[in-house]
Ligand binder design. Structure first.
Ligand SMILES: C[S@@+](CC[C@H](N)C(=O)[O-])C[C@H]1O[C@@H](n2cnc3c(N)ncnc32)[C@H](O)[C@@H]1O
Length: 215
């Protein structure tokens, strides 16, 4: 990111988060706990990747699952599998709800059935404690197809004036060291709640050219 923009974007993110506006935001009449900046970023990425399945961890009210379902509808392709320990009522033809913890074996089996070898995009927005996010990164990367993303919401990197007690970015960095087939992507819309949280599985063509360089 542009170095001059980074501190301002971090500051904006924290001010916007503290304002609580995101707790009264709606998508088609249903509460959605997202920054509009992130919604734009998702829209662009979904149109780029055209995944078969969007795996959403953390449903809450259902507004975000409906947003993802609507993006699939607009692309004309894909479906959403949304997971939460407590599911709301959602009525959307492209959304399937799974009730359970994101790290339980039964939940993973259910997700596996829906992905069934297709391409997937993962968004992590449930329990934001860094240890839980670290576990999810290690579990869910398997579902991410080359060229697709795993987005860590509420990554809350330090460096903002009002620092927040949750910061997943050290775990993201450790994950990227262990898994060189993934890379951090620049923030498309700096100032959202997923700053420094966009992880992409490198497309196969990039990995092949890296291998060429090593030879
Ligand atoms: C931040 S809210 C999700 C917001 C939603 N994605 C949106 O953008 O509107 C977090 C949700 O994660 C759920 N949650 C917390 N820990 C969980 C876990 N281990 N497994 C599944 N869901 C969990 C909570 O019940 C809560 O509904």
């Amino acid at each position: 990111m542009h170095t001059k923009l980074e501190p301002a974007a971090l500051r904006f993110m924290h001010v916007y988060f503290s304002s609580g506006v995101w707790q009264r935001s709606h998508w088609r009449g249903v509460l959605i706990e997202k920054s509009p900046l992130d919604l734009m970023a998702y829209q662009e990425a979904i149109f780029e990747v055209r995944p078969d399945v969007i795996i959403e961890l953390g449903t809450r009210w259902g507004g975000s699952a409906m947003f993802f379902g609507d993006m699939c509808e607009l692309v004309g392709h894909g479906k959403v599998v949304t997971v939460d320990i407590k599911q709301p009522k959602i009525d959307h033809p492209r959304v399937t709800q799974v009730e359970g913890s994101t790290v339980d074996g039964s939940t993973l089996e259910e997700i596996q059935k829906h992905v069934a070898g297709g391409t997937a995009f993962v968004t992590i927005d449930d329990d934001h404690t860094p240890e839980h996010v670290a576990r999810e990164l290690e579990i869910y990367y398997r579902f991410v197809s080359p060229g697709s993303y795993m987005v860590v919401e509420d990554s809350f990197p330090r460096g903002a004036p009002q620092s927040y007690h949750l910061d997943s970015t050290p775990h993201i960095r450790a994950f990227l060291k262990r898994r060189p087939e993934f890379e951090l992507q620049p923030d498309r819309y700096p100032g959202g709640f997923s700053m420094r949280g966009w992880i992409r599985r490198k497309p196969t063509s990039d990995i092949l050219s890296e291998m060429e360089e090593v030879r």
